[in-house]
Design a protein around this ligand. Sequence first.
Ligand code: UDP
Length: 375
Amino acid sequence: MKKNILVVGTGFAGATVARELADSGRFKIHIIDKRDHIAGNAFDPVDDQLKLRIHRYGPHIFHTNDQRIFDYLSRFTQWLPYIHQVQALVEGTGYVPLPINRSTLNKIYNKSLTDEADVKAFLETLRCHHKHPANAREMAENIYGVELTELFFARYTLKMWGMSLSDLASEVLARLPVRYDDNVNYFDDKIQVMPAHGYLGLFETMLDHPDISITLACQFDKAMEKDYEHVFNSMPIDAYFNEQFGALPYRSIQFVHEQIEQHHQPVPTINFTNQGIYTRQTDWRLYPGCDLGANQAFLTKEIPCSYEENNFERYYPVKTVDGAPQRLYRRYCEEARKLAHMTFIGRCGQYIYYDMHQVVANSLKMAKEYLAVNR
Ligand code: UDP
């Protein structure tokens, strides 16, 4: 008899665990999702009228240095090459590469820095010397100085997180590489691709297994637990415990769409680092695999907000300098440890600002650990 497992959430975390356990041949997996579709926030269906594939929850770019994770996912999809580039639209200057590079500095300061040594020498004249950089602002100011930090990071961060750069943990900003050359790529990872048939195609193949059954538009209920040997749960961990110690902070994003006949932007997603309400704008035609014959541009602008303002859609765990959200998370973790039949997974279950490949890596690890002790 195969043991019954419940997986809550059909995003990367849940789908990876479900597939890995199903592949062992020892379990029957029931995977549920409160939404009416699979693929979590990577959901990217084709709009037949617009003839565009649109990532419903904002652009998802796959990038990793982990060949093992890429190989694992390659079982479920073919890929299209895509090296992600971002440009910031700066008032009075126009589009400039982001992360800041030599060309960004030349355009902003009307300079003609010619090589890395030039760039480093110039930044040396701008940078601050905070002895023990304690937050994202001081970290950025030590590299770029006050003016560039304000122009590219402080205002964007205020919109994105609803907090000052001084309150944001340095790691969040450290997601962006620091460049002294002409490299215009957003990431440094050696593997950068997009799924050939969308993330939706990838998830459809991943969940297509005789031992996996799916129920959509299905809210998790604690009464379900008794019917299963184990639950892998990607729901927000604080929501599972009825926020008994207080609500964990999460950031969310509202998406505003615009159909427009003539439009040009230099890269698929541009960043607005000004004081306006938007952080990013995506022209879906420009992502490989997304333009299926569109004759108009379809733009999506992002407005970050609290999750309460967006139908309780929790997208980003928050990391502040004082570490308060992580302390609160650890209290929930202690409660979770008492539940031998439950494993929390994914961005909201583990309260970690994971990228896609990191979610897959962690979920594979969780599944393998479970398989090892449940022979
Ligand atoms: N960031 C910024 N300006 C930018 C881009 C990023 O200040 O133009 C900061 C901001 O705090 C953001 C963080 O760097 O949340 C990480 O950016 P990333 O592009 O990795 O965010 P994601 O794609 O996960 O939303």
